[in-house]
Write a protein that binds this ligand. Structure first.
Ligand code: NAD
Length: 457
């Protein structure tokens, strides 16, 4: 494990300067190493995720392990095409000529990762950085210590250690890393730390991708298949790490009349999924640590909302589990509506008309994701037209972020820049424009002396 940030960066700069990471073969060898380490250590990865989050094995496999494999395989399949220079049109001014965009790597990339999908989100960024031909330092999250140490071990054993380093640690180590000059930083986490990262990067004019969070709204109209909608809401809220997911729906907007029906449908499906005693369900992740557990129980117990719990509310301090909890008619000025919940609490805000939901959303900071459930095509169009968010899903939750043909990232306070699939390759490349001419096509008018005759356009 490398602990000295300056030494790590110097070594990676030397590797980058050697040109090794630019070759197609080197990039491919690293994708294959990622697939190999994932295949050979599936059990260890599941175990680390269980230790850090009590993540159910199925969620570990589906969202983290399969997610990494899917991205590595896509990069393997598409890399040649991604690396091929893109032709560009030329203009009369340069006739005859040709033009292209050449993708060149930036150099040394810093990946500051987070704890909720600690395996997936670390490798998702690494795959993009390698695809583009860069060297990388990964700083995994100290809040998921088992996965952090496994990542350090596996990357050290399987990948090219002259081009990829893992620096484990917390705030002091991250601060030391941020003092170095990087060619790009990708940070996933809170908006508060995002500002620290952006300020540190600005000192070196380093570009940043900030993958932050926010309160992701979901509008539920009456013109829906209620059973399917309830299941998809549950999957996005509780089935993804007990709501500890940046694109989890944070709160529901629906009409006053429809809210009780929606609650009934959610409760019905919740009991089918997690039983009558959800705290005992093996399929529900725990809260990551006691400080987040205490933060969430405070949100639930806050006097403005404590009477509003219509389902759930149970918690167990020893296992750090909180039952799926629904709160109805939550005041908009309550604590729970003024910070990202990032946990299994689902408040419902009621509106007179479903269209009023757009004003509620637009009065707040732009979220990372927004969702709408309706079969009404006009409402769908209005939603796409009027709601600004990092990404949208209609009649679905979270899955746009798992669609590798779509860029993933925030807007406004939910972040800047985007990645995934080809967008990752682009995010970690400089698109170098190249114009080519021969020695024909001379136009005397461009050269001095600028005689009156030449100035007649
Ligand atoms: P965080 O921002 O506290 O920590 C993330 C990383 O920053 C860690 O590696 C940590 O060591 C480092 N860090 C923390 N404090 C620091 C400081 N003062 N100086 C330098 N580095 C510091 O992460 P969190 O708040 O626990 O993460 C939750 C947030 O992340 C939520 O807002 C969530 O929505 C967001 N998130 C976003 C995505 C995405 O892809 N957009 C994914 C997951 C989580």
């Amino acid at each position: 494990m490398v602990v000295d940030a300056a030494v790590a960066v110097a070594e990676l700069r030397a590797t980058f300067a050697s040109g090794k990471t630019k070759s197609y073969e080197w990039r491919v060898s690293q994708f294959k190493a990622i697939l190999k380490l994932t295949n050979e250590h599936e059990k260890d990865i599941i175990e680390a995720l269980r230790s850090d989050l009590n993540k159910p094995e199925y969620e570990a496999l589906l969202y983290e392990i399969c997610g990494v494999k899917k991205s590595a395989k896509l990069a393997l399949k598409e890399l040649r095409r991604w690396m091929t220079p893109e032709k560009a049109k030329t203009s009369l001014i340069t006739f005859p000529s040709s033009a292209e965009l050449v993708s060149e790597p930036l150099g040394v990339i810093l990946v500051i990762s987070t704890w909720n999908y600690p395996f997936l989100l670390s490798f998702e960024a690494i795959i993009g950085a390698i695809a583009a031909g860069n060297t990388v330092v990964l700083k995994p999250s100290e809040i998921a210590p088992a996965t952090s140490s496994l990542l350090s071990k596996l990357i050290g054993e399987y990948m090219d250690s002259s081009a990829l380093k893992v620096v484990e640690g917390a705030v002091p180590e991250t601060t030391a890393l941020l003092e170095q000059k990087w060619d790009k930083i990708i940070y996933t986490g809170s908006e508060k730390v995002g500002r620290i990262v952006a300020a540190a990067a600005a000192k070196h004019l380093t570009p940043v991708i900030l993958e932050l969070g926010g309160k992701c709204p979901v509008i539920v109209d009456t013109k829906i298949n209620l059973e399917v909608a309830a299941r998809r809401l549950i999957s996005g809220k509780w089935g993804c790490n007990s709501g500890q997911t940046c694109v989890s729906p944070d709160y529901i907007l629906t009409t006053k009349e429809f809210a009780p029906k929606l609650v009934d449908a959610l409760v019905w499906e919740l009991e089918k999924f997690y039983g009558k005693e959800p705290l005992k369900s093996p399929d529900l992740s725990r809260i990551v640590n006691s400080s987040h557990f205490n933060r969430l129980t405070k949100l639930m117990d806050n006097e403005k909302v404590s009477g509003k719990i219509v389902h759930g509310g149970q918690r167990d301090k020893t296992t750090l589990k909180i039952a799926p909890t629904i709160l109805l008619d939550v005041p908009e000025d309550s604590l729970i509506m003024n910070e990202e919940i990032f946990g299994p609490l689902f408040p419902i805000i009621t509106v007179d008309k479903i269209e009023d939901s757009f004003n509620v959303i637009n009065a707040r900071e732009k979220p990372l994701a927004a969702y709408l459930f309706t079969n009404d095509k006009t409402l769908q169009e209005e939603f796409v037209e009027s709601v600004s968010a990092g990404g949208l899903s209609i009649n679905e939750t979270t899955l746009h972020s798992a669609t590798l043909t779509l860029p993933f990232g925030g807007v406004g306070e939910s972040g800047m820049g985007s990645y995934h699939g080809k967008y990752s390759f682009d995010a970690f490349s400089h698109k170098k424009p190249v114009l080519r001419r021969s020695f024909v096509g001379e136009v005397a008018a461009r050269y001095p002396p600028y005689t009156p005759k030449k100035q007649r356009f």
